[in-house]
Design a protein around this ligand. Structure first.
Ligand SMILES: N[C@@H](CCC[C@H](N)C(=O)O)C(=O)O
Length: 317
């Protein structure tokens, strides 16, 4: 991640000048906010500088990430996916605020589908499901009365060799913690490293303006989730976790959907309770639901549910 002090305002201003006339929509899922750029026919080239400038909270629109709304036939990753999933005709081209590409965004996928549904680009009534393309593969998103539920695919250990029989595979030190703490790295299509803290006081006092130190750092970097399991952990059969997150390519965000799935997965593994299928994960921007669906081959698919909102439309001056 680029340290704020290294920001180059001239480079970002130049990038913004090149985007004059660009239409966008601002949206969010539990406070994880995005600039959505409709590019239905794949005609808009967005460089890392363009993305960084649009996401800049001082010079641009401001967001944790950018989502290009594009037909799957208009990018290589989309065309590759269409061969196996011809129904995935829309592609969520997601980028982090620093301009880097990420495989998946759990909150973004709901906001993306909400955009398609409310702008009349797809017909999607509550109860109906739409499959969309992402760099982590096809994802089925079901519209609910009050939000969306996404089949995020199976969770996995980031490094199955290292982690399978162990509760942790790395150490994480963050500003506000006295000592490095054990952590477990998981994949939800993108990489996550989950760290448990003893209580909510520890969570509140973390300073996530600085990037946490992960040792060893996974090959493609990682999002870091700090979690506090509720006490008692279960209420009416639902597991409860509070979380803060430092996202790869962004910094601290109000919420991270894939991160919430990783947090529930790690806490469930640590609790040793594979029968606990329903979880609620509290984040600074709200609450999301996580459900595990055991599969005949022993894997478990993860369902993520939560709200999606569009806030305003704009055009770059
Ligand atoms: N906020 C997202 C995750 C976005 C990508 C992440 N920063 C990465 O680089 O993997 C979510 O809701 O999942």
């Amino acid at each position: 991640m680029t340290p704020p002090i290294a920001r180059d305002p001239d480079r970002l201003r130049t990038a913004l000048d090149q985007l004059s006339g660009l239409a966008y929509t601002k949206g969010h899922g539990t406070g994880n906010d995005f600039v959505l750029v409709p590019d239905l026919d794949g005609e808009t080239e967005l460089s890392p500088d363009h993305v960084e400038a649009l996401c800049d909270r001082h010079l641009g629109v401001g967001a944790d990430g950018l989502i290009r709304v594009v037909g799957s036939t208009h990018l290589i990753e989309g065309r590759d996916l269409l061969a196996e999933h011809p129904e995935a005709t829309w592609f969520m081209d997601y980028r982090n605020a620093d301009g880097s590409v990420a495989e998946m965004c759990g909150n973004g996928v709901r906001v993306f589908v909400h955009y398609l549904a409310t702008r009349g680009l797809v017909d999607l009534a509550p109860g109906q499901t739409l499959t969309i393309g992402t760099r982590a593969g096809a994802r089925a998103v079901t519209r609910l009365e009050d939000g969306y539920s996404t089949d995020m695919g199976p969770w996995d250990y980031l490094d199955p060799e290292l982690a399978k029989e162990r509760a942790s595979d790395s150490l994480v030190l963050a500003a506000g913690l006295e000592d490095p703490r054990p952590a477990l790295s998981l994949s939800l299509g993108n990489p996550h490293t989950v760290v448990a803290l003893p209580d909510e006081g520890d969570l509140q006092w973390l300073d996530l303006t600085k990037e946490p130190n992960v040792d060893p750092v996974p090959p493609n970097g990682t999002n870091v989730e700090f979690v506090v399991p509720a006490d008692p952990l279960f209420h009416e059969g639902v597991g409860r976790v509070q979380m803060r997150v430092h996202e790869r390519g962004v910094g601290e965000t109000q919420s991270c959907g894939t991160g919430a799935c990783a947090a529930a997965t790690a806490v469930r593994l640590w609790a040793g309770d594979r029968d606990a299928l329903q979880w609620r994960v509290g984040v600074p921007g709200g609450t999301v639901g996580v459900e595990f669906l055991p599969q005949p081959d022993g894997s478990e698919r993860v369902l993520l549910s939560g709200p999606a909102a569009l806030v305003f439309d704009g055009t770059m001056a």
